[in-house]
Design a protein around this ligand. Structure first.
Ligand code: ZN
Length: 160
């Protein structure tokens, strides 16, 4: 179907660029004209546009969260000056998601610290256990040898 100067096939290839506003004005106009005259492509456009808007929204939310997380980290790590601390604490009192994220981050840090020390402790006790086992084993051999010597001595003294 030819509507305007472009075929539906070309339009469907241009749709994402059109939605992302990556086309030059002339090309944009040609797509617009086609869309106005072709219900099929208009339908495709609506779907692509919707997906694009949803993706944009998600990207925005993720970016905002990243920014928030960065702020929280520098707050907890003591990297803020007095003004930044004031601004941050104001946000904290106004925005519940900041408070929630702060608590989560603090808990995460606590857990990480705990598991770090736990790992260190486990490693220590594991090493100690290994050393003890080794000592036990070597002691076992030594006792075995001593017992054997005693056995021979006893035997010899009996025979004598
Ligand atoms: Zn079309």
């Amino acid at each position: 179907m030819l509507k305007g100067n472009l075929t539906c096939n070309i339009i469907s290839k241009l749709l994402t660029h059109y939605v992302e506003d990556n086309l030059d004005n002339k090309c944009k106009d040609m797509v617009s004209i086609h869309l106005r005259n072709c219900p099929l492509c208009m339908e495709k456009y609506t779907v692509v546009k919707k997906l694009f808007m949803e993706a944009e929204k998600k990207r925005k939310i993720i970016k905002e969260r990243e920014r928030m997380q960065e702020e929280i980290s520098s707050y907890l790590d003591g990297e803020m000056d007095e003004k930044e601390i004031n601004d941050f604490e104001q946000k904290l009192s106004k925005k519940p998601e900041y408070e929630e994220a702060l608590i989560q981050t603090m808990n995460l840090k606590k857990t990480l610290n705990n598991s770090f020390y736990k790992t260190k402790y486990n490693l220590k006790t594991e090493i100690t256990a290994k050393v003890m086992q080794k000592l036990k084993n070597s002691r076992g051999i030594i006792f075995g040898v001593i017992n054997l010597i005693c056995y021979f001595f006893q035997k010899n003294s009996k025979e004598n």
